[in-house]
Design a binder for this molecule. Structure first.
Ligand SMILES: [Zn+2]
Length: 172
């Protein structure tokens, strides 16, 4: 197991659509262990494989709800979004130092495979529903900052520009 480096906005890798995981993909358990370790090290509540540079449809989540304190899902798909929406503050290990209000459906139903190969369907609201949507967004190259309303977007504009400057400086 190892803590991996988390890719930061505006790294273009975060914008790629991640690949489906095939059934006989060796190394998935080791990858999931690395993802949990990285998430814990960074004090996150969730992490998607592309955030550590792996283009695979895998997410891990740790929220304080029974049975979901160590959830890993392979090839997760959102099967249902509620019409009801709610607004909560979000942050992201790939967008450090920025928190902003995001409006999303309050409830989702997600289907996926656990690390033991079991197909599960999870009906989730609250923090779990929120975390599932945020992490699955990562698999499609979407970041929470893409979902801000105009007011929130303006509010964090300078901080985003600062991250862009830091990224450019590292690349030079
Ligand atoms: Zn994130």
């Amino acid at each position: 197991m190892a803590v991996k480096e988390v890719k930061k906005y505006p790294d273009p890798f975060l914008r790629k659509r991640s690949e489906e995981v095939s059934e006989n993909d060796d190394g998935i358990k080791a990858l999931i262990a690395d993802m949990f370790e990285t998430m814990d090290e960074e004090d996150g509540v969730g992490l998607a494989a592309p955030q550590i540079g792996i283009s695979k449809r895998i997410i891990v989540i740790s929220v304080d709800e029974k049975g979901f304190d160590r959830l890993a899902l392979i090839n997760p798909v959102i099967e249902y979004f509620s019409d009801d929406t709610g607004t909560m503050e979000e942050g992201c290990l790939s967008v450090p130092g920025i928190n902003a209000d995001v409006t999303r459906p309050t409830k989702v139903v997600v289907r996926g495979t656990t690390r033991n190969g079991r197909m599960v369907e999870i009906s989730a609201s609250g923090l779990l529903g929120r975390a599932l949507q945020h992490e699955i967004d990562h698999l499609n190259g979407t970041l929470f900052i893409d979902r801000l309303n105009e007011r929130e977007r303006k509010r964090v504009e300078n901080e985003l520009e600062e991250l862009e400057r830091q990224y450019t400086a590292i690349m030079k």
